[in-house]
Design a protein around this ligand. Structure first.
Ligand SMILES: [Zn+2]
Length: 179
């Protein structure tokens, strides 16, 4: 989502190598913002903060929210994938605020499993204008949670911490019956 959050790509690669429960399908997107990743910038190549561009209470008053809701191709791609696949759980990964938060009706158990294994705190639901996790939870009706990796570091130990969180959570994810 934010190209200057440098642990996210190697963390995604490490998650991809994690053993999965046998009946589970996981889609991992290493970078939703490839231009921002290449340029090491938070925003995309058009100067838009993608996490202010989603159409949940999108606001032109938010800095870098883009010319309109879902104006960006990256935002549209994420929305299309999620609306097509309707996953039982969406995990949005950011850096560096050191918490895990449930959005809307995401079970607290999920965030506690990840947070305890990774050594970060649980934060109550956060919702913000134009946020991807807020859109997926509150507009698309998908169970969604937000992971903020522990610091700006890209150390292997932090990758290991959050792989443990992922591995602790995955076997406990159930079918989202109300979707
Ligand atoms: Zn971020």
């Amino acid at each position: 989502m934010h190209g200057d959050e440098r642990i996210t790509y190697p963390l995604a690669e490490a998650l991809r190598r994690t053993d999965l429960p046998i009946d589970m399908h996981v889609t991992i997107i290493p970078s939703l913002n490839p231009d921002g990743w290449a340029a090491d910038t938070r925003r995309n190549a058009r100067g838009v903060d993608l996490n202010r561009n989603f159409p949940w209470m999108w606001s032109s008053s938010k800095e870098s929210s883009g010319p309109g809701p879902a104006s960006e191709l990256e935002t549209q791609a994420a929305m299309s994938l999620l609306q097509t696949e309707r996953p039982d759980l969406v995990i949005w990964i950011h850096q560096p605020l050191a918490y895990v938060a449930p959005i809307a009706d995401c079970p607290n158990e999920y965030v506690e499993l990840w947070a305890n294994a990774a050594g970060v705190r649980v934060r109550p639901d956060i919702s913000h204008l134009g946020g991807g996790e807020t859109w997926s939870a509150r507009t698309a009706g998908l169970r969604s949670m937000l992971v903020e990796v522990t610091s700006w570091s890209t150390a292997q130990s932090l990758i290991d911490d959050h792989v443990r969180g992922f591995a602790a959570l995955l076997p406990r994810v159930t079918v989202h019956e109300s979707k």
